[in-house]
Design a protein around this ligand. Sequence first.
Ligand SMILES: [Zn+2]
Length: 118
Amino acid sequence: VGIDLDDVRARLLAERESTLRRIESLTGDFQDVVDATTGVATDDEHDPEGATIAFERARVTTLIDDARRRLVDIDRAINGLVDGDYLSCASCGCPIGEARLAALPWVRRCVRCAAGRR
Ligand SMILES: [Zn+2]
């Protein structure tokens, strides 16, 4: 096996840290958007600024959701390292593949299962 699990763990912990920071900063952005809404007149639904804010809010919400999902994957991957099933697909149990794990250390499913689900 050519994969260095200590190295993987270090990468996962680093990625976890930066994902947490990303969520924190996105949550701050989201709060800015919400704060910006406070001064905006809401009596005109066709106010173009209102639409921009709604769009921005949806965009930030999506980014936060993605980051949270990533965090769950990272935690699962770290648990997998502890339990010894890190190298196996969470869906079918076959090997995820070293190249795939080297590129995306937090993925929990093999290419076939990941492609089938999305
Ligand atoms: Zn699979």
